[in-house]
Design a protein around this ligand. Structure first.
Ligand code: ISL
Length: 542
């Protein structure tokens, strides 16, 4: 595979509205990101992914864009953005921007024109259909609502939305739409960003004829439809080919074979992808399944296209709460998952606060939540007759707000995030889990991440090594070997709360001299036989 500037990078995702508030309005902002760049740099990462900060009515936290060229006042100004470009460059950090081109806000001037009348020149910029016998054009759900269609009284047609009602889908069949989007992409790339995280990018093409779905609950029909690759190839030719940028696409519900079509170097579409077999499709930790996913994606992509590794983001509950243990073994499990994340094949993504072992939340009332997906679902369930307390309890574990609570900087009020009232409640455990504590404690999760990243920078095997799973017969053990030009890396992890005695010979041959990292004391481990709860070991050989 070709080597790119980003091949050896580690990406840190900054959900800016929850990162650091520089002006006391309760929202994090770009100036806040600038003030914390030294912190980000200290971790050792190379690239920052910033969630959307374009002008937006903010119904879906910036994923409903009303002006692609402006900055949301909550986030700051264009001057702040340019300063951020300068300050990141100074520190040799790159910035990729989150870009939403599948849909806009319903307040975008394009949509206002489109819905003004049936013969408006921009009518065809969005997807308008007649209803069927007083019902929507078909039976599809959207990600966030019971129907993917919204009726417009004035023009007596329905428009299509893959997400919220306030997020109408653009019509990518329309050439003018595509040209406008490409123009805007050039604008930001010329301002000095280093690439895009492309939101819901596999949704651009819609199924021909919009046929009814057999099972409308299974929303796979929204994604990966014929025509999507033609759009991406055109986007690449018209935009990406002119820059040395990193593009990472959100590509849900695909097999490795289908995923490869997006990132195969010879096809000139995207550089990398997020597949969601882990976060979306694996609600609880399932090691057997996880091993199978890793194997299939390795076999599908290796040598042809780049994969990514992530275990949480702004849509998915924090990893210690969802996949690890956020109580007795919070620190151990955070470090175990980190060791795995940084040693698997693919670009590692760290979501802010993950490096502190931040946990999910359970707010007492639906009124405390902000996530539009959760609130809509709560409404749907209670309207169908579910007890409100039951609906709340059902939705809490996977609410997107689990990962959206503000960053904990120290033990002062609001964890030092804001001097005002935070836009969403803090996780009450900020006095225990925060940056200041982590930086004081040499054995912290933060320093563990720092060390892992430092190893990754030192040895090419982390990036270029092939991958072979070992000790397959052990139920709660995940272990693999990666090799590259005489270098060898071995990861062994116990993904359970019990002590495990490994029987396999493959592990017994590992020498203590080669053990470079572990989340338990490095002393007293002559052989990899007895693994403590959530123990991780990293062996390196040259
Ligand atoms: O996170 C999910 C479900 O819990 C995903 O299915 C997610 O909704 C989907 O992958 C698209 O997410 C992206 O686009 C959305 C936005 O709300 C999300 O924050 C974003 O990551 C609409 O723009």
């Amino acid at each position: 595979m070709k080597k790119h500037w980003w091949s050896e990078s580690v990406v840190y995702q900054v959900y800016w509205r929850s990162f650091y508030d520089s002006n006391g309005d309760g929202y994090g902002d770009l100036q806040g990101v600038i003030e914390k760049l030294d912190y980000i740099k200290a971790l050792g990462v190379d690239v920052i992914w910033l969630n959307p900060f374009y002008v937006s009515p903010d119904k879906d936290n910036g994923y409903d864009i009303a002006d692609y060229y402006g900055i949301m006042p909550k986030a700051g100004t264009m001057e702040d953005f340019l300063k951020l470009m300068k300050e990141t460059k100074k520190r040799d950090l790159k910035v990729i921007m989150d870009l939403v081109v599948n849909h806009t806000s319903d307040e975008h001037p394009w949509f206002l024109e489109s819905k003004a009348s049936k013969d408006n020149p921009k009518r065809d910029w969005y997807i308008w259909h007649d209803g069927k016998d007083g019902n929507p054009p078909n039976n599809w759900r959207s990600y966030f609502c019971p129907s993917a269609w919204e009726y417009d009284e004035k023009t007596e047609q329905y428009y299509f939305h893959s997400f919220a009602v306030e997020q109408p889908d653009l019509n990518w069949e329309n050439k003018e739409v595509r040209e406008e989007i490409y123009k805007m992409m050039h604008y930001w790339l010329q301002k000095g960003i280093s690439g895009f995280r492309l939101d819901a990018i596999a949704l651009l093409a819609k199924p021909a004829g919009y046929p009814n779905a057999k099972n409308p609950e299974d929303i796979r029909y929204l994604t990966n439809n014929p025509g999507v690759h033609e759009f991406l190839q055109e986007m690449n030719e018209k935009v990406f080919a002119h820059y040395d940028a990193l593009t990472v696409g959100e590509v849900a519900f695909v097999s490795p074979e289908e995923g490869l079509l997006y990132v195969d170097e010879s096809r000139n579409e995207l550089d990398t992808l997020f597949h969601f077999e882990v976060c979306d499709e694996m609600p609880k930790w399932d090691l057997k399944r996880f091993k199978a996913i890793q194997k299939r994606w390795y076999e599908g992509l290796w040598g042809k296209g780049w994969n990514s590794q992530f275990l949480n983001n702004h849509d998915h509950t924090r990893l210690v709460t969802r996949y690890g243990n956020d109580k007795e073994y919070r620190v151990a499990s955070a470090k175990l998952f980190a060791t795995m994340l940084h040693t698997l094949p693919g670009i590692p993504y760290i979501y802010q606060g993950e490096e502190l072992g931040m946990t999910g939340v359970k707010f007492p009332s639906i009124m405390d939540y902000n996530d539009i997906a959760m609130i809509n679902k709560y409404q749907e369930l209670t309207e169908k007759g579910m007890e409100p307390s039951v609906a709340l309890a059902n939705l809490q574990p996977l609410s997107r707000d689990n990962s959206r609570t503000p960053m904990h900087w120290d033990t002062t009020v609001n964890g030092g995030f804001t001097t005002g009232k935070p836009w969403i409640n803090m996780n009450p455990n900020y006095k225990e889990i925060n940056v200041a504590n982590e930086l004081e404690n040499l054995d912290s999760i933060f320093y563990y991440y720092q060390q892992l990243i430092a190893w990754r920078k030192k040895l090419p095997v982390f990036v270029y090594g092939d991958y072979k799973q070992i000790v397959e017969e052990e139920e709660s053990i995940y272990a693999y070997i990666r090799t590259y030009k005489g270098e060898k890396l071995v990861f062994v992890g116990n993904f359970s709360e019990k002590k495990v005695q490994i029987q396999s010979n493959e592990c017994l041959n590992l020498s203590y001299d080669h053990l470079v990292m572990s989340n338990y004391s490095l002393e007293d481990k002559p052989q990899a036989v007895n693994m403590e709860p959530y123990e991780a070991r990293l062996y390196l050989m040259k």
